[in-house]
Design a binder for this molecule. Structure first.
Ligand SMILES: Cc1cc2nc3c(=O)[nH]c(=O)nc-3n(C[C@H](O)[C@H](O)[C@H](O)COP(=O)(O)O)c2cc1C
Length: 316
């Protein structure tokens, strides 16, 4: 089955799957297998800390694959990313994703340089602003997802179709997508790709220690210990403080939260999502992506969606 959407065409990828930014663990070693498996891998810039390290990481990825990959800039986590953006442009990384707060000055530069700009948001209002600013595609994440949250964030089920209804540029869905059914649901809501984060935290290629991956394999999203921090939204004043502190405060909070859930703070995984409920073993990136795509195709071509099957009008 061919999976063609405006996103697969724009990015030149086989499957409409993008790896989200992953603080600390989002390096070339994880991004490349995603691109090799037919998705779009992403190198997360801000936790590499210096433009030189980012350049090294981009060159490393290039030496490992000729497939496209992205660099993520998260200005909410680190406002000083201009030099990193310029490195990504000089190295002609085809796709630059910005996230976490308005990033039009990055976007304008990326577009001027002739590269693709994706912006990740959490509200339809911000999605519309990104479209006005010239983003080629917008990723919208619901509260089920991982990472920095907006005080106004809603669920993926509501945010994605609302964004699709109002935007002209293609929408990428993120937040709580954990298997083929979640993937198909996102496409049914009008998204033209999905962005996955949490599922990549336990793949074999992820540099997280094995015993920490096991914690995630066993994690139960119905347990308030996991659920409550994931569904917690910041207050507007927390976001203001974050800006005042240049992003650092939130990183510290994420690290503290990570420790309380048993995930090592060095992995930056204060940010996990309800998708942890779908992780039942440690597998490779290729097994993960082939598994989702294979099951999605099987659902569409044989089983039908949720027990419902389209019966052609003239069949008896
Ligand atoms: C460990 C971890 C670290 C993350 N770090 C970042 C980050 O630095 N910047 C960012 O924009 N998103 C970050 N995210 C969010 C992901 O890029 C992605 O949008 C999100 O995980 C999608 O939701 P899901 O986890 O339910 O798949 C992170 C997610 C995880 C799980």
């Amino acid at each position: 089955m061919e999976w063609k959407t405006r996103i697969t065409e724009l990015l030149g990828i086989r499957y409409p799957i993008m790896e989200g930014a992953l603080a600390i663990i989002g390096t070339a070693d994880l991004a490349v297998p995603v691109s090799e498996a037919g998705g779009l891998g992403t190198i997360t810039a801000w936790t590499l800390r210096t433009p030189e390290k980012l350049r090294e990481e981009i060159r490393k990825a290039r030496s490992m694959t000729d497939k496209p990959f992205a660099v993520n800039l998260s200005p909410a986590m680190d406002p000083g990313l201009d030099a990193m953006r310029e490195v990504a442009i000089e190295e002609r990384v085809p796709v630059i994703e910005t996230a976490g707060s308005r990033a039009s000055h990055h976007g304008v530069r990326v577009k001027e340089a002739g590269l693709i700009w994706i912006h990740k948001v959490q509200t339809v209002q911000h999605a519309l602003a990104a479209e006005r600013d010239g983003a080629d595609a917008v990723c919208i994440m619901g509260i089920e997802g991982a990472g920095l949250k907006s005080p106004q964030i809603l669920t993926t089920l509501v945010s994605v179709p609302m964004a699709v209804k109002q935007l002209k540029v293609p929408v990428i869905a993120a937040g709580g997508i954990g298997n083929a059914r979640g993937f198909l649901a996102a496409l049914a809501m009008g998204a033209e790709a999905v962005q996955l984060g949490t599922l990549f935290c336990t793949v074999k290629e992820c540099p997280l220690a094995e015993h920490h991956k096991q914690v995630l394999v066993e994690a139960n999203p119905f347990d308030p210990k996991w659920r409550d921090p994931i569904l917690a939204t910041p207050k507007a004043e927390d976001i203001r403080n974050l800006k005042d502190a240049g992003g650092t405060k939130q990183v510290m909070q994420a690290a503290a939260k990570a420790e309380s859930t048993g995930i090592p703070k060095e992995a930056g995984t204060g940010a996990l999502s309800l998708a942890i409920g779908f992780i039942d073993k440690v597998i490779t990136v290729k097994e993960l992506i082939d598994g989702i795509m294979g099951e999605a195709e099987a659902i569409l071509t044989s089983g039908g969606i949720g027990g419902w099957r389209l019966i052609p009008p003239n069949s008896s």
